[in-house]
Design a protein around this ligand. Structure first.
Ligand code: GTP
Ligand code: MG
Ligand code: ZN
Length: 364
């Protein structure tokens, strides 16, 4: 036999502990009807085809009919999810179950009022990437941070393209409220020491998701952190100075001897799907004032004795941060009211359906 044609499958197997598999997940698996089948982690989703990292290598999987039709779009597997599968060829399988999701980063589905979309699951840290050029926008970073904090994921602000000419003073001032709550890194793919520093904050078995607008360098950072060209990158457009939406899907990449990175496409809109007003005031570092308002349920819009408004007036709280509060608070309020109404409607529909079934039953 010609040895060149023998593929050593060991080379393609993965150590799932490096991907975050642990005793707790194993416990969760024991609750599944399919606990005796192998498990794996979703690396990438291509419409109905899922790339699964497993102990027996990388598999292309589809869903069973039960999974496909028995679940809402939100509940279908996303990148980072742990699933149980049945293998039917060397590199093919079928997904039969999904483990309950934890630490999932959602966003509001574009064009909907209260539908959620899961970006990635089982995330430990999220790098909020911005570039130190015209893209720099703390209001956008605040939006990401609220959603990330609410999901129990640790946010880290990554200010990339630090090799470019930028003014340190205004950047330090603008990020002041973030520095109190999360690590802030200045990075450049042209300055290896900055990449090493960022790499050091990722532990073995941890999963990090990259979020931020197109063109800020998320994929370039993934490649630099992994020290290999794992994902595509491309120059930002000369005419608009914006990214070209190079990455088109969420993709999982393994770092040598450390954690797992999930690259994501730059999004134009990142709508909040939370009702966490407290997380919002914490993220914007307004907590010192919030507790001092005369009314416990103060909305900080126009109430008398509002310590937040007072702080804005005397310059202790940045007017821009307060504007950000008003905008995000409105969005949170809108989302939670709409999703509450949706749940109420679903509940009354299912009540009607049950009554109908009951009546049908009585007639027989
Ligand atoms: N000067 C400089 N350019 C960088 C740096 N990091 C990335 N770039 C450049 O920025 C451009 C966009 O980088 P990408 O990594 O494709 O950006 P992205 O965030 O993945 O963009 P999308 O996939 O479209 O969301 C490329 O031309 C990179 O070479 C950096 O640290 N300094
Ligand atoms: Mg990219
Ligand atoms: Zn108030």
């Amino acid at each position: 036999m010609n040895n060149e044609h023998i593929v050593n499958r060991d080379e393609f197997s993965f150590n799932l502990h490096q991907y975050g598999w642990n005793d707790k997940l194993n416990q969760l698996k024991q609750n599944s009807l399919f606990k005796s089948l192998p498990h794996g982690r979703i690396a990438t989703v291509h419409r109905t085809c899922y790339e699964v990292i497993s102990e027996s290598g990388l598999l292309q999987c589809e869903l069973t009919g039960n999974m496909l039709f028995g679940k809402s779009a939100y509940e279908l597997p996303c990148t980072g999810d742990w699933i149980i599968f049945q293998q039917f060829e060397e590199d093919k399988g079928i997904i039969v179950d999904i483990l309950p999701r934890e630490r999932v980063l959602d966003r509001k589905k574009n064009g909907t009022i209260s539908d959620k979309q899961a970006i990635a699951a089982y995330i430990d840290k999220a790098f909020i990437v911005q570039s130190l050029d015209s893209n720099f926008n703390m209001r956008r970073a605040e939006r990401f941070a609220v959603q990330i904090f609410e999901a129990n994921i640790q946010p880290i602000l990554v200010l990339n393209k630090a090799d470019l000419d930028f003014d340190h003073g205004p950047i330090a001032e603008a990020t002041k409220h973030f520095q109190l709550q999360m690590p802030v890194y200045l990075t450049s793919i042209h300055q290896p020491e900055t990449i090493t520093a960022l790499r050091n904050c990722i532990g073995t078995g941890e999963t990090v998701v990259m979020v931020g607008s197109s063109g800020v360098g998320k994929s370039s950072l993934v490649n630099a952190l992994c020290e290999k060209p794992a994902v595509h990158t491309s120059a930002i457009s000369e005419s608009t100075g914006k990214g070209r939406h190079t990455s088109t899907r969420r993709q999982m990449v393994e770092m040598t001897d450390a954690g797992i990175l999930i690259d994501t496409p730059g999004v134009r809109e990142f709508g909040l799907t939370t009702d966490g007003i407290e997380t919002l005031t914490d993220t914007l570092d307004m907590k010192d004032y919030v507790g001092l308002c005369r009314f416990k349920d103060c909305t900080h819009h126009n109430e008398p004795g509002c310590a937040v408004l007072e702080a804005v007036k005397n310059g202790n709280l940045d007017q821009k941060i307060y504007q950000s509060y008003l905008k995000l608070e409105r969005e949170i309020d809108h989302f939670s009211t709409s999703s509450h109404q949706k749940r109420k409607k679903e509940k009354s529909q299912s009540k009607l359906l049950n009554e109908y079934k009951k009546r049908q039953g009585l007639r027989r």
